[in-house]
Design a protein around this ligand. Structure first.
Ligand code: IPD
Ligand code: CA
Ligand code: CA
Length: 277
């Protein structure tokens, strides 16, 4: 593996470029999303209930163009294209449109999510929600921000008073009993649950203290990369369902303000005892 030319975090100019390019790419995708929102769209289906629209593709292409113009040697992992691995220590992890089902139905909850990893460690995350013009930004060791304002997770200590969110993977028709078991557990143990339909927004909302916690199974690195860094930098916690530090491809996501994390893990343990999962 190639060595990094500079240590990110020490080279201000390079960090500024990464941040500026990530924001420019996110804003360009957001512009495309806003422009076409509510119009009739060409749709294809990756699975029975897993749509991909022309806007997913357009955003994917626009983001790749902005990033590769600036950093032609970097690697890209995006939801909608397969880029050849160049062996770069830098990898951009991109969900060009998170919340496609919402987008397709004119439901205004979707975003673009862009994370930058250096030698396997998340360094930068940008999530842009063009409907509300909310730009979430996190940089390793430098905090998380919403439109320039520092973000902190909530201070709720009690799961029974906690406002949670979740989502369901696209194979919900095959595994509905299991997914609903988690939902049933948390709906009786929390204050309330929402299912917004954009995992990247869910994660940012935990970072912003709007939600106290979130769980979902089978999310992908592009759903998680930027939002997870946002939570860590806002003082929260991200693990798998056993409480181990979260990896982007673990398939189990549990994030919270940190204070209710053990209570959420305990609730999950009860299900696992019962289902033998
Ligand atoms: C989906 C959304 C949704 C979550 C799904 C994701 P997509 O991403 O984040 O909230 O429940 O698991 O796959 O397909 O809209 O990019
Ligand atoms: Ca997604
Ligand atoms: Ca997507």
């Amino acid at each position: 593996m190639k060595r990094l030319s500079t240590h990110i975090g020490l080279d201000m100019k390079e960090d500024d470029r990464f941040r500026n390019v990530a924001i420019a790419a996110a804003k360009e995708a957001g512009r495309i999303q806003k422009l076409r929102f509510g119009r009739s769209l060409q749709v294809e289906y990756k699975g029975e209930i897993n749509p991909v629209t022309e806007v997913d593709t357009l955003c994917d292409q626009a983001i790749a163009r902005v990033i590769l113009d600036a950093f032609p040697g970097h690697d890209l992992l995006t939801e909608e294209s397969a880029f050849k691995n160049k062996g770069s220590p830098w990898r951009w992890i991109i969900d060009p449109l998170d919340g496609t089902t919402n987008y397709l139905h004119g439901y205004p909850c979707f975003c673009v999510s862009i994370g930058l990893e250096a030698e396997g460690e998340m360094k930068l995350g940008v999530v842009y929600d063009p409907v509300h013009d909310e730009l979430f930004l996190s940089e390793k060791g430098r905090g998380a921000y919403l439109n320039g304002k520092r973000l902190f997770v909530s201070s709720e200590k009690n799961l029974g008073r906690s406002f949670l969110s979740t989502g369901f993977p696209y194979d919900v028709r095959e595994h509905s009993d299991l997914y609903l078991r988690y939902f049933r557990q948390f709906i009786v143990k929390s204050f309330a649950i929402r299912r917004p339909g954009s995992a990247a927004i869910d994660l940012c909302y935990v970072a912003a203290g709007r939600f106290d916690g979130f769980w979902e199974l089978k999310l992908h690195p592009w759903d998680l990369a930027a939002g997870t860094l946002m939570i860590m930098e806002a003082g929260g916690k991200a693990t798998d369902f056993k409480g181990r530090p979260m990896s982007l491809d673990a398939g189990e996501t549990l994030v919270s303000n940190g204070l209710i994390h053990d209570q959420m893990l305990e609730a999950i343990r009860e299900i696992e005892k019962e289902t033998g999962r």
